[in-house]
Design a protein around this ligand. Structure first.
Ligand SMILES: N[C@@H](CCC(=O)N[C@@H](CS)C(=O)NCC(=O)O)C(=O)O
Length: 205
């Protein structure tokens, strides 16, 4: 297996989950500083031009919630999802879908406005508004979604590395996780986990 990643990107969630699962995999750096994600060579691997992408023996997987669910299902002994409870599994997917489709997209409005507009004024306006939208997403997760101590309650799951990864982006918006106490405590617990420490140091090179 090979995980295509960029340091500190959303690929970190899949990276941590692979380590939690005890999977054997190689890391392949996609260097954003050289725009490698848009290179012909990388697009031949992942036409989306994004990370993460996970090369498996059955083909390429993209989209973080899909990769996380696949890891949890492929390594059931690691206990990374409520695999025997369809309702709880759907709740986990619901949380990860929110991170993917709403929170991550809110974040991208501050850095990748050119995806949605050509007009510089519109791009600037998206950038200006992004911290407000990120804050409202985090307030909603804090009050209505994250049970604590982990996202799903007592059981650690693949939702935790995903939330951890996106929470690391708050300072880019002038925000801090301390404003969301349950999420902040979860981040502190994540930082104590060997899989998280190993992933961070591997990404640092
Ligand atoms: N929906 C995708 C989003 C992937 C994505 O946008 N990844 C970012 C890094 S966090 C990326 O590759 N950006 C490169 C670019 O926009 O050029 C997922 O959740 O996996």
């Amino acid at each position: 297996m090979k995980l295509y990643y960029a340091p500190g990107s959303c690929a970190r969630a899949s990276h941590i989950a692979l380590r939690e699962a005890g999977a054997e995999f190689d890391l392949a750096l996609v260097d954003f500083t050289r725009a490698e994600q848009r290179s012909e060579a990388y697009r031949a691997i992942n036409p989306k031009g994004r990370v993460p992408a996970l090369e498996t023996d059955r083909g390429l997987l993209t989209e973080t919630p899909a990769i996380l669910a696949w890891i949890a299902q492929s390594y059931p002994d690691a206990g990374l999802a409520p695999l025997n409870d369809p309702f709880q599994f759907a709740r986990l997917q619901s949380f990860n879908a929110y991170l993917c489709s709403t929170v991550h997209v809110a974040h991208a409005h501050s850095r990748r406005g050119e995806r949605w507009a050509d007009d510089q004024a519109a791009i600037d306006e998206m950038k200006r508004k992004a911290p407000e939208v990120m804050d409202s997403c985090f307030r909603l997760m804090e009050t209505d979604m994250v049970t604590g101590p982990w996202v799903m309650g007592e059981a650690y799951s693949v939702a935790d590395p995903y939330l951890f990864t996106i929470t690391q982006w708050l300072p880019a918006h002038g925000l801090t996780s301390t404003s969301y106490p349950t999420i902040h405590a979860l981040v502190q617990r994540m930082l104590e986990r060997p899989a998280v420490q190993d992933a961070i140091s591997a990404e640092a090179g």
